[in-house]
Design a protein around this ligand. Structure first.
Ligand code: PYC
Length: 312
């Protein structure tokens, strides 16, 4: 019998499972090297934690690691039902809330090391969390893709800690009632992007598809629908997707440095966002809130046919 302890939370609707103990050692090296070791030798642990029957396609899990950078309060590797993330915005808010719940950090500023760089977090006295994300930038604009059943879709390719294709075109209103249609549409875009061989910079794989437009609730805020790798849409406004969107807005001259952008996700829950100029793009600040939903011991029985999760 294997045993792991976890704390679950959700960030304005999107779940995060922080793995505290019980995970095999990944050895030393950078977080990117440890993530590669995780993928190559311990991938069944990923599916045991994040896939059904213990997890689901919406679950993002966060494995705590000792940081290399001594300024950081922790290192983290994010993963989900199909693989590994570079960064995860909602997950970092959930992780920060979890560390506070455990009494490991207090209000104020902290640093967290991820495989794609060090991010800042600020735990506010009222429980909200701001993330100072990795530098985000638009890599390409006016990218066209032929999407069977939908025609030509035009969008931007941008980095926000993961690679995104972001379009303003939507066949249906950006509301929760149309989540099935939006899922089918964004999955069709993902297949078309893969088939066309469209990638991010430096051989990066675009594995998140974002539709962004005005919220249909008259608030004047923006709303998105983000399809994540693994086939589930983000219930939150997606921190890395919002970072990528901020980079596009800055590149288009539509949002000035320091201006506030309120980004709703498909549930209508929101992150408040702004950016500072970076060397290549923008340094996004994303503010949101997470709530603890559970504390559990995960058990893995040797004779369970689905001990290591239902793997796709
Ligand atoms: O908040 O960055 C995010 C995220 C990525 C995938 C799911 N959530």
């Amino acid at each position: 019998m294997q045993s792991l302890t976890v704390i679950d939370s959700h960030t304005v609707g999107e779940p995060t499972r922080v793995v505290l103990s019980g995970f095999p050692g990944l050895g030393g090296g950078s977080l990117a090297e440890r993530r590669a070791r995780f993928r190559d030798a311990f991938d069944h642990w990923r599916s045991a934690i994040a896939c059904e029957p213990r997890g689901s396609d919406t679950m993002v899990a966060a494995l705590l690691q000792a940081p290399v950078d001594p300024r950081c309060c922790t290192g983290v590797i994010f993963f989900n039902n199909v693989g590994y993330l570079g960064m995860c915005g909602h997950g970092t808010i959930g992780l920060t809330r979890t560390l506070a719940h455990l009494g490991r950090i207090g209000p104020g500023r902290h640093l967290i090391e991820t495989p794609v760089g060090v991010v800042g977090v600020e735990l506010h006295a009222d429980g909200r969390v701001s993330i100072d994300n990795v530098e985000s930038y638009r890599a390409a604009t006016g990218v066209t893709v032929e999407v069977p059943g939908y025609g030509t879709v035009v969008g931007d390719v941008a980095w926000g800690g993961n690679w995104f294709f972001i379009t303003a075109q939507s066949p249906v209103p950006l509301d929760f009632a149309h989540r099935s249609e939006l899922s089918a549409y964004t999955l069709a875009i993902q297949r078309a992007i893969d088939a066309a061989g469209i990638g991010g910079g430096n051989g990066g794989v675009i594995d998140h598809i974002e539709v962004n437009g005005p919220a249909p609730d008259g608030s004047g805020q923006a709303r998105n629908f983000v399809m994540c790798p693994g086939g589930a849409y983000d219930r939150s406004p997606c921190g890395t997707g919002t970072s990528a969107k901020l980079a596009c807005l800055a590149a288009e001259g539509k949002l000035a440095e320091g201006g506030i952008w309120v980004q709703q996700g498909i549930l209508g829950s929101a992150f408040e966002c702004a950016y500072r100029k970076g060397e290549r793009g923008v340094l996004p600040r994303i503010t949101g809130q997470a709530w603890i939903t559970g504390s559990a011991e995960i058990l893995i029985e040797g004779d369970d046919p689905f001990a290591w999760g239902i793997r796709g």
